[in-house]
Design a binder for this molecule. Sequence first.
Ligand code: ARG
Length: 460
Amino acid sequence: MSKLWSGRFQKKTSHLVDDFHSSISFDKRLYKYDIQGSIAHAKMLGKTEILTAGEAEKIVNGLREVLDDIEAGKAEFSVQAEDIHMNVEQLLTEKIGPLGKKLHTGRSRNDQVALDMRMYVKAEITEVVSLLRQLQETLLDLAEDNTETVMPGYTHLQRAQPVTLAHHLTAYFMMFDRDVERLRDCYRRADVMPLGAGALAGTTFPLDRHFVAEELGFRAVTENSLDSVSDRDFVVEFTSAAAVIMMHLSRFCEEIILWSSAEFGFVELDDSYSTGSSMMPQKKNPDVAELVRGKSGRVFGSLQSLLAMLKGLPLAYNKDMQEDKEPLFDAVDTVKKCLMVFGPMISTMQVRNAALKKAAGGGFTNATDLADYLVKKGLPFREAHEVVGKIVWYCMEHKKDLEHLSMEEYREFSPAVNEDVYTFIATDRCVAARNIYGGPAPETVRQVITRHRERLQQEK
Ligand code: ARG
């Protein structure tokens, strides 16, 4: 079969080149959008009388049959036909005869691929947002069960001040909330219709671009033909948002890996979300969390590939841009797979409340509270900090913690300390007293959970 563009060529393409420049092996993924876009284009050609109504209808029906054939696994793609656009056109022509060759009137693959990619990115954003929302619901459920589960909060991975598991989990909820916002923001810019830009300079045919946009559910039409075919910002933006999601998941996984170690013992992953060792019979490994952490690198790599591919391209279309697909597709697949497995992994894990509580009380996590206590008794904070620093040093020397110092010992450091110090620095009170807006107090976190549950509910 001769190529759709073979007219000006005297020689056949080398088979090496055929293989090298063909993208059908991966861009076949776009078939649905390609056909939907072609159907809208054909309808428009009929409406504007560029084709007769009868011709347009035959093309539209033919395209629908091609779609059915592809979905039924009955269509065969060929490397010779290069990419999904020319494969669909070829399948159409096989089906309806020479009329199929009129479909491409006033259109180029350059604006066609820009359209397909935008439709694909829009659809995948919707899917990723719904996976993020599911994960957020899981986090709210878990948080709700753990508003009183006291655990150490860390800075520098050193125990710092007590928080609760619910507070820790809602921190991730907030991250995924921003991820949804980022994706929705990206959606707005992807949601602009490029068809009609032609190869680069529009077309002399009186196409109705706004009709096509409406048919395909785009909110607007692109305003510069050169930009329409050379813009892949929406691909970069989506992949960038995906990279941030992966970074969030990866941080969470790092914590789960640490928490499930014997050294922490804060959680135990369910057997169904862990794996064993082929050699060491005792092992139960957090492979799922490790893989999610590892896969974040693929998505960061995709983002780098896209930026590097685009950075030197003169306007307008260049074949380099065919290289946008595999990184994007890989980012989509990776982020979706990770989001799907992550929720069930955390909702089935056992939380070891006692271990969390024990760790929350150790390591002088109430030292700030003791300083605050002295401030309430009239000391300037800087002085209180100094006094408590000395008390901590004394405790370390004598292997004691702040709760178990006697009143005499306290008085050595400051006469301001009274019996009420013990209730003031008890771990539970340290958390409950942090009832500032955004703080870890159970009551405060419960309000956050309710507020966001209602918001997500309303969105449905
Ligand atoms: N397969 C191409 C791509 O993915 C489609 C556009 C090709 N245009 C061209 N003039 N070669 O970018």
